[in-house]
Design a protein around this ligand. Sequence first.
Ligand code: SF4
Ligand code: SF4
Length: 454
Amino acid sequence: MMSLIHKFTQDEKYYIIDVNSGSVHLVDELVYDLIDEDSLKSLEELKSRLQNKYSSAEIEEGYSDIKELINEGMLYSMDLYENIAINDNSPSYIKALCLNIVHDCNLRCKYCFADEGEYKGCRKPMPPEIGKRAIDWVIKKSGPRKNIEVDLFGGEPLMVFDTLKEIVDYAREQEVLFNKNIRFTMTTNATLFNDEIMEYVDKNLGNIVLSIDGRKSVNDKVRVKVDGSGSYDKVLPKIKSMVKLRDPEKQYYVRGTFTRNNIDFFEDVIALADEGFKEISVEPVVLPDEHELSIRKEDLPTIFTQYDKLYKEMLKRHKEDNEFKFYHFNIDLNGGPCIYKRISGCGAGHEYVAITPDGDIYPCHQFVGNTDFLLGNIMDKEDINTEIPNTFKNAHIYNKPKCRECWARFYCSGGCQANNFNFNGDIHIPYEIGCEMQKKRIECAIALKAQTME
Ligand code: SF4
Ligand code: SF4
């Protein structure tokens, strides 16, 4: 059955979420006890269940408050989106590209999903010509959309800085000609930054994702150079210089990964915050169970305590006016993104695709190399495969049996299609460990937002 209400406590405070309307209620213990997740029980039933804890008058008062919220559509509200989702026949336009400008890397991170830059194939750069054709292709495929996002991705994109510049400069010319607005993001390991590169990327890229794993001891066990030595001392000063130079109006974030090696990742987030970074993401590694660094079910209780500690620390720093942002605790309680993003997430495979150095098109960077998901090539005359994009478009929360019922569906949007496929062989079946962490993060994010809203 579809979840209507979710109840949880965070730091001894009581929260009720009305799943369909998105209303969040910070309540007292009485109201918390009166509300069940599936339906509001009768007054008589609640009185007999709770008579040892509350007086009849208290229960009646709480009950009438709840009834009022139901009448206002803020509790046990009904789903309004399913019909829209099922009957949606609108055409899909590509709004975002992951441009793998090089399949090669100068690091050898032990958890690298991209085979340390190789992507199951051989190491190679994207010829500038392919990059330019990819820009032409996305401009055409974006139809009436004005805004286009392009992620400059690798391996390590700065290994081919000249190509990167050529593509970005070309895009700047084309966006004027076609009345588009192309925003670039780059994900980099920061090893190759110098003054010229930093100045260029600051000026031309809308967002920079800077990879480092937190504490030096943690980073250097996994983010290693070709000779096996750690990368921390090389990258930290470069990341700091990049952030210092960064125009305050423009985005960046430092991004770490946690694995079984640092299940106490709270310390890594704090290490990054204490280095002065204000935009931080530390995300769980996604690896097959048998990998020595993978997150396993038995790690979940420890992971949850780390998120709880982080919640408390962020609240404390907020009160001290020394706050930082933690990417996975960002949440919008005022309606959030548009309905399509709420029900199908990143849009991989139909609104967002990845392009390889050869011009091959895949649903996202995580599918690269799996030819069952090959959509075509940007240089082909014929149009791309339409069956795969349709499958991805229809893989929204209402077509995923677990997600339909899940209270977190409108915040999580059905999880990562690639993780679902990699763990369960089907993009419709969620990656369970990911779900548990996701739900915990959403609770912390909601509580933090509620406690820090002015
Ligand atoms: S820096 Fe990125 S692409 Fe390179 S090895 Fe590490 S995780 Fe892989
Ligand atoms: S992926 Fe998991 S957490 Fe997300 S909506 Fe589906 S079942 Fe819920």
